[in-house]
Structure formats: C-alpha cells, structure tokens
Design a protein around this ligand. Structure first.
Ligand code: NZQ
Ligand code: ZN
Length: 403
C-alpha cells in the first residue's frame, strides 16, 4: 500500500430542499457574491416554495430566482453564459475581471461541472496579479483563491468535492485539468431534485463520466481489496441507478444515489493507497474535446472500451478478470481471456444501451487530425507514465479504433 497525505475540506449539504440553508452558509464569506451560471437551464429549473426559519415561504418558481431571493441583502454580480467545456476566453477572463473590479468576497457557482470548473479558475485568478493562464498552465502556483460555494445541478464530474477545474483555450487547442488544493469548494449543495431536468444525453454522459472516473482509479498496478470493493460497488450503483434515471427522470432515489456516486468520483478517496493510474482515457478525451468541443462523457464512453482492448495483455489480464467477475457477474470458471474480453464487450454494450453513439465519427471526428491530436496528448499528458504506458503511436491507434 502506498503512502498518502489526504484532506478534503469541502462541506457537503445533501438532499431535497437543502438550499434553504444557503443564506446562513453565505454569511461567513462576506457580502459581495459573484453568481456564475451557464446558458439558462437554472432559469428553467422549477423549484418548490421553501419554508424559512422566520416562518415565511419563498415565492420564486425557478432556481435562479430562488437563489437571488434567498440572498437578498447581498450584493450580487452576475457572470452568465459559461459554456460546456468552459472557455478561458471569455468566461475565465471576464470572471477574474469582475471579481477584481467589484472586490468579490465569494463565488457562487450554480449549474453543472462546467460552471463550477470555470468558477474555480476564476477564484484562483482573482487572487493573482498576472495572467490567469500562468496558474492554469502550472507556470505559477496559486497562493490563494476566493472561497467557492456551489449548487450543483448535474451529476457527473464530481467537481463539487474535488480540487480540479478543466479549462479550454480554443486558440491553442488546450484543455487543461487545473488541480490545486485552493480550489476545493468550501460548501457544495446537492439537491437531487435539481437534476430531474437533465436530459437523456447529459444524464448518459454523466453516467459514463463517473464510471470512467472509477475505471481510471481501478485499473492500476497495486490496489487494495478495500478500494476494489468501493470501485466495484460504484460501477454497479452507477449502472443500476443510471438506467433508472433514464427511464424515469424524476425517480428521486435513483437521482440521489447517482448524484452521490458522481460526487465520490474525482476526489481521490477511491484510490487512497493505490499506485498511480495516469488517467489515460481522460488524457485522450480532453484533447478530443479541445479540438472538437464534444461532450466529455460521450468521448470517454467511446474511448474507454478501445483503450481497454489496447492495454489488455498478460500483465493487465487479472484486473480485467476481476472487473468482469465482480462487476458484470461473468462466470468465473470461463477461460481468463474470455472473461476479460467479455468484460470489455459488456462495457461497450452498457454505454451503447444508454444511448451513447459509440463512434467518434458520429460526433464529427474523422482521421484528419488524429496524428496532430496524438502528438499533442503524448507531449502534454504524460501517458508514458500511466498504469499501461501509452506512446504517441498507441494513442493514435486507440483514437483510430474509436473512429
Ligand atoms: O449551460 P447550462 O444552462 O448550465 O446548461 C447545461 C449544459 O448545457 C446543462 N445542464 C446543467 N444542469 C442542468 C442542465 N440542463 C437541464 N437541467 C439541469 N439541471 O447541461 C449541459 C452540460 O453541462 P456541463 O456543466 O458542461 O456538464 P458536466 O457537469 O458534465 O461538466 C462537463 C465539464 O466538466 C469537465 C469536462 O471535461 C467538461 O468540460 N470535467 C470536470 C471534472 C472535474 N472534476 O471538475 C472532471 C471530469 O473528468 C471532466 O473533465
Ligand atoms: Zn471526467
């Protein structure tokens, strides 16, 4: 078992109606709030009236209005229109400028992972005098960041419980996972009812993203029995509850369990004591998203089974056998190679069954930039250090097999 030094400082407030605690939570951070959100889903997201401590009831009927109603008395500056695969220019730059101009005390991110990721980069940029890209590109280490509170409305990234934010810079085809201990949200509100309106495409992408987060931590050289158990249970929970969410988007129990499973995905708790994985599928997918702006979870679902086939060999075989038996209940008496190959096929079939197009061509990606992307990934993602090390040629083969 490997040594580790671990701390997650984020307070999770989970369940239906928990947003009623928002005014009390925000008092500790100051009076000036940057309210960050996306292209409008929070204005369509219907909410019920809440009973407040003073006996009054809220009047707002959507999440945007409710947030503002709960925070009357605060000075709120808005940063709308943060796009999926959030962009450095304009969103991060605009956010940093607003924080500095208005001397913002705290950022409130309301939305999916993209809104929260963008808010994390802004939080660090607001406390830095130079170009915020210095921080995101790891040229300079952040010394501080503004506090972040979030109300998460999409179960997928786990950003609500981790210290990472993924930012795209269009002109250089960069999509960088910016990780820094200052970027943990101070408080995350998780109300599963806010995910009822997430459409089938984004729900499936969220399931695939969270499943891949677990895979990135499960396929390693040294793993503990303890972590394997957590991971295998995460896989089963995400598949069972993910399907239920797709069949009945307002199934509270399924949405709640999926939300919590996603929250555990990226904060490292599933890999404590394990050896490093290198997160190869994310390394590859981030380049696909950077070049073609595709949906992260879809890209991962397409890459994952091809990556699995590519790295299956005598050394990795036992991990795939364990995965096949414990996650897909494949007969343990079969030949080991048959179990491993069946497990990979089952992974593919699951993603296909939840409506994900399983070829990159379906997302508008062809062979024309495979070499360029593979080179970019090989130079920037360090996948030669992964559990199953990947060269530029390996990366090109995996992408080509995914077309
Ligand atoms: O633009 P808005 O109005 O916010 O609409 C969003 C967006 O169109 C919509 N949406 C969000 N909540 C909704 C909703 N629609 C209806 N009802 C709701 N309740 O869904 C669309 C996608 O939102 P987005 O935030 O982009 O999705 P997600 O949460 O999957 O975030 C994806 C981004 O996170 C990065 C990905 O690369 C991608 O850029 N990742 C972040 C990670 C992290 N730890 O922070 C780890 C991941 O591996 C990942 O790389
Ligand atoms: Zn991911």
């Amino acid at each position: 078992m490997q040594n580790f030094d671990y701390q997650t400082p984020t307070r999770l407030i989970f369940g239906k109606g928990v947003i009623a605690k928002l005014p009390g939570v925000m008092t500790q951070f100051g009076k000036k709030i940057l309210l960050a959100y996306g292209s409008g889903s929070i204005k369509k997201l219907k909410v019920e009236s809440l009973k407040l401590k003073d006996g009054s009831s809220t009047k707002a009927t959507n999440l945007y209005d409710l947030t503002k109603e709960l925070l009357k008395g605060y000075e709120i500056i808005e940063l709308p229109d943060i796009q999926p695969n959030p962009k450095y220019d304009p969103s991060v730059l605009d956010g940093v400028r607003l924080c500095k101009e208005h001397k913002i005390d705290v950022i409130l991110a309301v939305g999916g992972g993209s809104v929260l990721n963008c808010s994390k980069a802004i939080a660090a940029g607001a406390c830095y005098d130079g170009d915020p890209w210095d921080l995101i590109s790891y040229k300079v280490k952040a010394k501080a960041a503004l506090p972040i509170v979030d109300i998460i409305t999409l179960a997928a990234t786990g950003s609500e419980y981790d210290s990472g934010g993924v930012i795209s810079r269009t002109e250089t085809n960069d999509k960088i996972g910016y990780i820094d201990r200052h970027l943990y949200p101070a408080v995350s509100f998780l109300d599963p009812t806010y995910t009822f309106t997430v459409n089938k495409k984004q729900t499936a992408a969220g399931i695939a993203d969270a499943m891949n987060h677990v895979m990135e931590q499960y396929f390693v050289e040294d793993a503990t029995l303890l972590n394997d158990g957590f991971c295998e249970s995460m896989f089963r929970s995400l598949m069972v509850n993910g399907r239920k969410c797709l069949e009945n988007p307002e199934d509270y129990t399924a949405r709640a369990e999926m939300m919590l499973a996603c929250t555990y995905g990226c904060n490292g708790i599933l890999a404590l004591g394990n050896s490093q994985s290198g997160w190869p599928c994310h390394g590859i997918e981030h380049a696909l998203s950077a070049y073609y702006d595709i949906t992260h979870g879809w890209g991962l679902a397409i890459i994952t089974p091809r990556w699995m086939k590519h790295i299956l060999n005598e050394r990795t075989l036992p991990r795939f056998v364990k995965y096949g038996i414990n996650v897909f209940n494949i007969d343990k008496n079969l030949d080991k190679w048959e179990i491993a190959n069946k497990a990979i096929d089952e992974t593919y079939k699951f993603f296909e069954s939840i409506g994900i197009p399983m070829h990159l061509r379906d997302l508008g990606i062809d062979e024309s930039r495979v070499d360029e992307m593979s080179h970019h990934i090989a130079v920037n993602e360090g996948l030669d250090q992964a559990y199953a090390p990947l060269t530029e040629k390996d990366i090109a083969e995996i992408i080509t097999a995914s077309l």
